[in-house]
Ligand binder design. Structure first.
Ligand code: AMP
Length: 528
């Protein structure tokens, strides 16, 4: 069979976008997948869900919007002799773009991109742009794709889901399903040194409610203010993976050493949180921890300056046995059996909200974020967010003034959607962060109109406005910023409410920001 043209995939995407019925989407996907050559299956599946690489793959394209615009403006110059784009060619070229590095790589990336766009029809170009900017949005989630794969292969959806949980690689799972059927899917096991997707938690604000949802009794653990790691050990070989599934082993020799010395099993996958420790054994802010995780030179010296503490909270595999279908309580029991107590997460099991409140205070006073609540009989569901795990943290908010906004692209084209947030400083307003998170489509529209009415000047990307609109902004942490003149930056800012009831004079001040920043150190250490 000749290779499948990329235009077929683009057409499928357009049809899928126009289809609202789940069943119809599944049918369309299945019919398409069945037509593909084995080698085309994985790339096609990834591209349709809007990915280029599986999630654990660290490669990224690093193509900016500006570059893209330049290329798009260059336009289409197809000559009749040129071969049409194929799915494989597109995927291969995107890989080449990601792999281009070092001097001259920008030119190279741009050239490769030009090559693609100039050979693409309008529909193909549109799909390419969406894929490149992670804005596919044709209503084909991983879940819908899994249904499509199951139908195409005549396999049970549960087997497809299980294989995906274990490998984290949708494309590979599709290839296995279509070429080896249910039998092939059953053969998929945990692969040592291939990280599983981490189980995620839903947000909760009320401890009593959490206990109720968990059936009257639940396990509370500290929610450590650190970075999640998954540790694979077989024999003397240890690898450590980040939450995003990238291999961070080289930056964490102290963790490797700890696992070799103190964990009693040599065939195990553990999960836990690594926390950077400062004076008095108190956790350092996340910013300092990240310096450990990104370090590849002089690692030993850095390990000495910023020591880590490990808090283990799960075991996913032990002595040839996958444990994700075991209940949490049983996994905890096994974890206790392989790990010394001082490496385990602080935890209590209770049905008493008052006891849990006391435990929450202790977590905060120890410099951590809050609590996790874990249902005692729950399985470990990689990659899924649900009510089996809750995260509970007291959120901080600030009322801030919007002083400028950037035009959105992709789905937010036409809206002023990235807001520059400022705190009051005497008569001035000082930016301490930006966010495009938290608003509904209607609110984006309202905000765009409102801000244009307040415009004082503009550049092609940004509209600067009179400071009038106040928004309530939640965030996880205040960091020191060399970038903003205010000296501070919010981490994970998101708008929680538009405060139409407030004027700029009611906004929080930079002094308040400074005060909250300092307060973070009541229970945290500072870098020397
Ligand atoms: P989220 O990733 O937003 O679902 O929030 C959960 C995150 O909290 C995890 O990714 C971990 O990095 C972190 N965390 C801290 N302490 C724990 C704990 N005891 N159990 C699970 N996750 C924890």
């Amino acid at each position: 069979m000749p290779p499948t043209p990329f235009s077929d995939l683009a057409e499928l995407c357009a049809t899928l976008e126009a289809t609202t019925k789940q069943k119809e989407k599944t049918r369309l996907l299945a019919a398409f997948l069945r037509r593909l050559e084995p080698g085309e299956i994985a790339p096609a599946v990834l591209l349709i869900v809007g990915f280029i690489f599986p999630e654990f793959d660290p490669r990224t394209l690093e193509v900016g919007w500006r570059t893209m615009r330049r290329v798009l403006e260059g336009g289409r110059q197809t000559t009749l002799t040129e071969e049409p784009l194929t799915i494989l060619r597109v995927h291969r070229t995107l890989e080449e773009i990601a792999e281009a590095s070092g001097p001259g790589s920008r030119r190279l990336k741009e050239g490769l991109l030009e090559g693609l766009i100039s050979r693409a029809g309008p529909r193909e170009a549109e799909v390419l742009v969406r894929i490149i900017f992670g804005e596919m949005r044709i209503g084909v989630s991983e879940g819908v794709m899994m249904e499509g794969i199951a139908e195409a292969a005549g396999a049970a959806p549960s087997l497809v889901r299980r294989a995906l949980m274990l490998t984290g690689d949708l494309g590979e799972v599709a290839r296995t399903a279509l070429t080896e059927g249910e039998e092939g899917l059953r053969r998929v096991g945990v692969r040592m040194f291939v990280p599983l997707k981490p189980m995620l938690a839903a947000m909760a604000y009320d401890i009593g409610e959490v206990i109720e949802v968990h059936g009257g009794r639940t396990a509370f653990e500290y929610k450590f203010d650190g970075a999640r790691i998954q540790i694979h050990r077989r024999g003397d070989r240890v690898r450590v993976y980040s939450r995003r599934l990238s291999d961070v082993t080289e930056s964490l020799p102290d963790i490797v050493d700890l696992v070799l010395r103190r964990i009693s099993s040599d065939d195990v996958i553990l999960e836990g949180e690594a926390v950077a420790i400062g004076e008095g054994g108190r956790p350092l802010p996340f910013q300092d921890l990240m310096r450990r995780f990104t370090r590849v030179h002089d690692v030993a010296e850095m390990a000495e300056r910023i020591p880590l503490r490990l808090h283990l909270f799960d075991v996913l595999y032990l002595d040839r046995r996958l444990l994700i279908d075991e209940p949490y309580e049983e996994r905890w029991r096994l974890l206790e059996a392989v790990s010394p107590g001082d490496l385990l997460a602080e935890r209590i099991v209770t049905g008493d909200p008052a006891e849990a409140e006391v435990f929450l205070r202790r977590a905060i006073e120890a410099g951590h974020e809050g609590l996790m609540a874990k249902r005692l009989d729950s399985r470990y569901t990689p990659g899924l967010r649900g009510k089996r795990w809750f995260k509970i943290k007291p959120a901080e908010t600030l009322d801030l003034v919007i002083v400028a906004a950037d035009w959105g692209y992709g789905r937010r084209t036409g809206w002023l959607s990235n807001y520059h947030l400022a705190a009051r400083d005497g008569d001035e307003f000082r930016v301490i962060g930006k966010t495009f998170k938290g608003l509904t489509d209607e609110e984006f529209e309202w905000m765009t109109r409102r801000l244009q009415g307040l415009k004082v000047r503009e550049t092609p990307q940004t509209v600067y406005v009179r400071p009038e609109v106040v928004v309530e902004v939640a965030f996880n942490e205040i960091q020191r910023s060399p970038h903003y003149r205010s000296g501070f930056a919010l981490r994970f800012a998101r708008v929680t409410r538009i405060r139409r009831d407030k004027g700029p004079g009611d906004a929080d001040t930079l002094d308040r920001v400074r005060e909250l920043y300092e307060k973070q150190f009541r229970y945290k250490a500072r870098m020397a």
